[in-house]
Design a protein around this ligand. Structure first.
Ligand SMILES: C[S@@+](CC[C@H](N)C(=O)[O-])C[C@H]1O[C@@H](n2cnc3c(N)ncnc32)[C@H](O)[C@@H]1O
Length: 575
C-alpha cells in the first residue's frame, strides 16, 4: 500500500526561498511550516511531473506559509482557516494581488501615506484605551505581573490602541464596500503581524513573561522595540486566489482542486485560546477583561482569554475524536493528490494515518529533518527531536502494499535522528563494543561496521561519522537493537552533560574541538538561567570561572562567553 521516497529534489534550486514574500511577515505560529517550504516544494514539483496543478486547496492554512508557496508556484490558491486572525492575514497575503496596491487608499494619498500616518499617531485619550487598559501594565518599568497583564509594553499597547481605533474609525465593522474591505484587511494584517511579534510572550497568548527584562538579547529587542507598521508583502500571481473562514470539513465540501495540502493541529493545543489576543485585536469588539484579583492577590483571569474561543474548539486536538474527524476529512477531499504533514509527536498514530490515506490510493511517505517551533521555554530536560513527515496520496494510482518499506524508512530516520543527540560516554562504553573513538557494530555475519563517535559523547553532526557506514547493510532487527541501546545511553541530565563536556575540553588538545565543546557548554548553561535553576547555575558558573582563571588560553571561549550569560541570568533571576 505504501512506498517510501527520500530522493532530493534538484528543482528546489530553481526557487528563491529567501524571497521576502516567502520568508518575512509570517507570524510566529505553532506548527507553522515556513522551514519546510523547500521540502514541500520538492513534493509539489514531483506531483507536477504527473499532472499539471491548476488549483491548490488548503483547509488549515494558519499563518499562510504554505499557501504563499503555492501562490508563488503559480497555482490558483484557495486557502481556509476558521480562526479570524488567520482569515484576515490570508485575505491580505493570499487574496490580494500586488498590483491592487496601486488602487487602494486612493482617497488617502496611497498606501505609503496611510502607513506613515498610522505610525505617527499619538497615544489615544484615556477612554479610547483598550489594549493598554486590559493587556498591558500601567507603567512598563514598574509592572507587576501578579496584578496586571503584561502582553505588551505600555508604549506598544497605546500604539496598538491608536492604530486599531483609527482603522475602525475609517472602516467601521466588516460590512464594507469591496475596496474598503480590502483596505481594512491590509491594515489589519499589517497590525496583526506587529502584534504577534512584539509581544511579551514566547509566541502564544496563554501567558506572558513575568517582566519585560530578563531574556536573551533577541527576545528583549523583539518585545521592547516599538511597533511600526510595514506595508504588507503581496505577490503578483494573476490567479483567482480565494480565502475562506470555515470549518475544514465544510470548506472541502465546497471547494475542489488538483492538490490538497492538509496540516491539521496535531496535539491538544487549541489555536483559538493560544492566539485569542490576535482575534481580540482583529475583531475589535472590545470585550471587558477586568483586572480582578483573587484571594491570593493575583489576577483571577490571568490571560484575558475570550470566552468564545470555544467556538473553534478543534476536534483534531483530542485523541478520542481526531481519528474520526480525520477519516471524514479525507473522505470529503475532492482532489487527485493529497499531501498531509505529519509530526511524529501527533496524537493520531502514524499507522492509522497510513491506513486512512491508503484506502484512498497509493501512499508515499517523505521525510525531512526539522526542529519545530515550540511555544514556551524549553525545559532543561526536554528534547526536541521529532520527525516531520509528509504523506503523499495519489488517488488515481493503486496502492502497492509496501508497508514494510515505510517501516524501514521510519526506522532509518529514527536512527539518523538519534545520531544527532548526545550520550553518556560511560554508558556507551558499557553498552557497545568500542574501539578508540568509534563504536563497533557486529552485523552478525562475521562483518563489522564502525561509527565514529568522538569522546563517545556525540556523533559528528557534519555526518563524517557516517562516512564509510552503509545503513543498507544493516538488517531491521539490528537497527532496532542499536536504536534501543542508543536510547538507553542518551544524555538526559543537562547538569551531568556539562560535567562531561568539561571533562572533554580538559582532555582535548585541539583548539577547534575545544571551541565546539565550549560553545556547547555555554548553550547548555544558558538553559539554567531561570530562577528555579539558580543554584545549579551558580555552582556550574563558579566551576567554569575557576577553570577559566587557571587556564585562560584553554578556556578562552568560556571566558569570553561568561559575561553575557551572567547578564542574562541576573535579569532573569531578578524578574
Ligand atoms: C498546524 S496549524 C497550520 C499551520 C500552517 N500550515 C502554517 O504553516 O502556519 C493548524 C491550523 O488548523 C486550524 N484549524 C483547526 N481545526 C480547524 C477546523 N476544524 N477547521 C478549520 N481550521 C481548523 C487552526 O486554526 C490552525 O491555524
Amino acid at each position: 500500500m505504501a512506498g517510501t521516497d527520500n530522493s532530493l529534489f534538484p528543482q528546489s534550486e530553481l526557487m528563491d526561498f529567501n524571497l521576502p514574500y516567502l520568508s518575512s511577515q509570517l507570524i510566529a505560529y505553532i506548527g507553522n511550516k515556513r522551514r519546510l517550504l523547500k521540502f514541500l516544494y520538492g513534493i509539489f514539483k514531483k506531483i507536477e511531473l504527473k499532472q499539471r496543478i491548476q488549483r491548490f486547496i488548503e483547509p488549515f492554512a494558519g499563518s499562510g506559509s504554505v499557501s504563499r508557496l503555492a501562490k508563488v508556484m503559480g497555482y490558483e490558491t484557495v486557502s481556509n482557516d476558521w480562526e479570524f486572525y488567520s482569515f484576515v492575514i490570508n485575505l491580505c497575503h493570499i487574496g490580494l494581488e500586488n498590483y491592487e496596491r496601486e488602487n487602494l487608499f486612493s482617497d488617502k494619498g496611497g498606501i505609503d501615506n496611510v502607513i506613515n500616518y498610522l505610525n505617527s499617531l499619538r497615544r489615544p485619550a484615556e477612554d479610547k484605551r483598550y489594549i493598554a487598559r486590559y493587556f498591558a501594565p500601567e507603567d512598563t518599568e514598574g509592572s507587576d505581573y501578579r496584578t496586571e497583564r503584561l502582553f505588551y509594553t505600555k508604549e506598544n499597547a497605546l500604539k496598538i490602541d491608536a492604530v486599531r481605533n483609527c482603522i475602525e474609525d475609517w472602516y467601521p465593522g466588516f460590512n464594507l464596500g469591496k475596496k474598503e474591505f480590502k483596505e481594512k484587511v491590509v491594515l489589519l494584517a499589517s497590525l496583526l503581524y506587529q502584534c504577534a511579534t512584539h509581544t511579551n510572550t514566547s509566541g502564544v497568548f496563554k501567558a506572558y513573561h513575568r517582566g519585560f527584562g530578563g531574556f536573551g538579547n533577541d527576545a528583549l529587542k523583539r518585545i521592547m522595540s516599538p511597533i511600526r507598521l510595514e506595508i504588507p508583502l503581496l505577490y503578483e500571481s494573476r490567479r483567482k486566489n480565494r480565502v475562506y473562514r470555515m470549518d475544514a470539513g465544510a470548506f472541502l465540501m465546497r471547494v475542489s482542486g488538483d492538490l490538497c495540502y492538509i496540516d491539521p493541529p496535531y496535539n491538544q493545543h487549541q489555536y483559538g485560546s493560544n492566539y485569542h489576543l490576535l482575534n481580540t485585536i482583529a475583531l475589535w469588539d472590545r470585550q471587558e477583561f477586568p483586572l480582578t484579583l483573587g484571594d491570593d492577590g493575583r489576577l483571577s483571569n490571568k490571560a484575558g482569554i475570550r470566552r468564545d474561543w470555544k467556538k473553534t474548539k478543534s476536534l483534531y486536538c483530542y485523541r478520542d475524536t481526531a481519528v474520526n474527524e480525520f477519516v471524514k476529512l479525507i473522505d470529503s477531499i475532492d482532489a487527485r493528490f493529497i499531501v498531509l504533514s505529519y509530526s511524529t509527536e501527533g496524537i493520531v498514530p502514524f499507522e492509522t494515518i497510513l491506513d486512512i490515506m491508503g484506502n484512498n490510493g497509493s501512499v508515499k511517505v517523505l521525510s525531512s529533518d526539522y526542529t519545530k517551533y515550540r511555544g514556551g521555554k524549553q525545559s532543561i530536560r526536554r528534547e526536541n527531536h521529532n520527525i516531520e513527515l509528509a504523506v503523499l496520496t495519489d488517488r488515481e494510482e493503486k496502492s502497492q502494499g509496501d508497508r514494510q518499506a515505510v517501516r524501514r524508512m521510519l526506522l532509518e530516520k529514527e536512527f539518523l535522528m538519534l545520531l544527532k543527540r548526545s550520550f553518556y560516554p560511560s554508558l556507551i562504553k558499557n553498552t557497545f563494543i568500542t574501539e578508540g573513538d568509534s563504536i563497533v557494530l557486529d552485523k552478525g555475519n562475521g562483518e563489522c561496521s564502525r561509527l565514529k563517535m568522538p569522546f563517545l559523547y556525540m556523533f559528528n553532526t557534519d555526518n563524517s561519522s557516517l562516512r564509510g557506514f552503509n545503513m543498507a547493510s544493516l538488517n531491521d532487527l539490528l537497527i532496532i537493537e542499536i536504536v534501543d541501546k542508543l536510547k538507553k545511553c542518551l544524555c538526559t541530565d543537562r547538569s551531568e552533560e556539562i560535567d562531561i563536556l568539561i571533562g572533554i575540553v580538559s582532555e582535548s588538545s585541539s583548539k577547534e574541538e575545544r571551541l565546539y565543546y565550549e560553545k556547547r557548554i555555554l548553550r547548555l548553561l544558558k538553559k539554567f538561567t531561570f530562577k528555579k535553576y539558580k543554584n545549579q547555575f551558580n555552582i556550574k558558573l563558579k566551576r567554569l570561572k575557576i577553570l577559566a582563571e587557571e587556564d585562560p588560553e584553554k578556556w578562552k571561549t568560556i571566558k569570553n562567553g561568561i559575561p553575557d550569560l551572567e547578564r542574562i541570568a541576573m535579569l532573569r533571576f531578578a524578574s
